[in-house]
Design a protein around this ligand. Structure first.
Ligand SMILES: Cc1cc2nc3c(=O)[nH]c(=O)nc-3n(C[C@H](O)[C@H](O)[C@H](O)COP(=O)(O)OP(=O)(O)OC[C@H]3O[C@@H](n4cnc5c(N)ncnc54)[C@H](O)[C@@H]3O)c2cc1C
Length: 351
């Protein structure tokens, strides 16, 4: 087996989180840095989500993904087919199967998620957490944003026993909010809650596309490589989560190759349907009036946790995803239902 990356020895640094039930059983416990058994959301009011959320230990995760029996090459792929990779220095690697996991594009034409966060000691963060294990989303408007501005929420999770990440997040935008705006909003929100950032805190900056590259830029179909990770449908376009889905799908991929190209567990129609429904979720998120966004999530988090899971996790539960959306729709305010109906009626222009 051969792996190719421009910087194979680079240490990963982003803070990755996931729902605990999404993680594959082979992932060692050491890869989990902190657990929030009952994270909270603030939509129109405070709610507890009865589903364990966890923050991964990025270094331990990287270490756990051992490459012992893999020949690792440093290089940049410039041409990738289903059986051959050509790199920028002219190296050619032929293989029975090629997996293209080059991530998505950093393009403002794609919907992106942005966030700006600071890391503070647990003691300083306690008043912000207000007794919650974590804030999965806090949509309160004390961040200085004006009515009609693109909204952002506070995300607050423990990185370990001593440190908490406080992050102002723009869930999705095309374009997404600039990091400078998010920084200002975070400081405004924290000051309002009696936490004055000193400017010496460690900072996390987040910007990534929540959509794969346009199909016109991918080699798909017969003769193309297998797409994986955020380059494929493993990225949830309405939330930006992909890490747990990719980890959980690794075994399916191996099984698929062992089975000569088809996994017993693959359900292409279900996967396709889920992707279409999630893309609709993304278009809805992009088209909602700012003041409707917290109400939208109030409806979402009123769903039973099982349906929340169907919508947020995995990538082939078509019935669960559809049920979650249908159950949620009548609970939304009329203006949000009209916006969604318009989104459904509007043709999709992207390739
Ligand atoms: C700060 C931050 C926090 C995040 N938090 C979360 C989170 O909590 N949960 C979550 O699910 N997601 C999170 N995300 C999103 C997450 O990063 C991505 O979903 C995830 O990294 C996608 O993984 P990937 O392996 O598909 O692609 P990438 O992580 O983009 O990896 C692509 C790999 O391909 C290599 N590559 C690129 N081009 C070439 C080439 N031409 N030839 C060879 N190799 C190439 C790159 O070097 C890289 O190693 C976060 C992102 C950021 C930036």
């Amino acid at each position: 087996m051969v792996a190719l990356d421009p910087h194979p020895l680079r240490t990963w640094t982003p803070t990755y989180s996931a729902w605990a039930d999404e993680l594959p059983s082979w992932l060692p416990e050491t890869a989990v840095a902190s657990i929030a058994p009952k994270p909270a959301v603030w939509t129109d009011h405070h709610r507890i989500i009865d589903r364990t959320y966890c923050v991964l230990d990025t270094l331990a995760l990287q270490t756990a993904l051992a490459l012992d029996r893999v020949r690792v090459l440093a290089g940049t792929a410039i041409d990738v087919t289903g059986s051959r990779v050509t790199t920028s220095d002219g190296t050619i690697v032929d293989a029975r199967h090629v997996v293209d996991a080059r991530g998505t594009l950093d393009s403002r034409d794609l919907a992106q998620q942005t966030a700006y966060g600071i890391v503070v000691e647990r003691q300083r963060a306690e008043p912000i957490l207000e007794g919650s294990d974590a804030w999965f989303m806090d949509w309160r408007t004390d961040n200085g944003a004006m009515p009609g501005d693109v909204p952002s929420f506070l995300y607050a999770v423990a990185l370990d026993a001593d440190r908490v990440l406080l992050e102002e997040t723009c869930l999705v935008g095309r374009p997404a909010l600039d990091l400078g705006v998010l920084r200002t909003r975070l400081h405004h929100r924290l000051s309002h809650r009696n936490l004055e950032p000193t400017g010496n805190e460690d900072v996390e900056r987040v910007r990534f596309s929540v959509e794969p590259p346009p199909r016109s830029q991918l080699h798909t179909g017969r003769g193309g490589p297998v797409l994986f990770g955020s380059r494929s449908n493993l990225m949830h376009p309405a939330t930006g989560y992909s890490v747990a889905a990719s980890l959980a799908s690794a075994d399916h991929l191996v099984e698929r190759f062992r089975g000569g190209g088809r996994s017993r567990r693959s359900r292409p129609v279900h996967i396709w349907t889920v992707q279409k429904l999630r893309n609709l979720g993304l278009r809805t998120a992009l088209s909602l009036q700012p003041e409707m966004v917290p109400q939208f999530f109030a409806s979402f988090f009123s769903l039973p946790v099982e349906l929340q899971r169907s919508y947020l996790s995995g990538h082939d539960d078509a019935v669960g995803t559809m049920t979650a959306m249908l159950k949620m729709f009548p609970t939304l305010p009329a203006s949000a239902r009209i916006a969604i109906a318009r989104t459904v009626a509007r043709p999709l222009h992207r390739g």
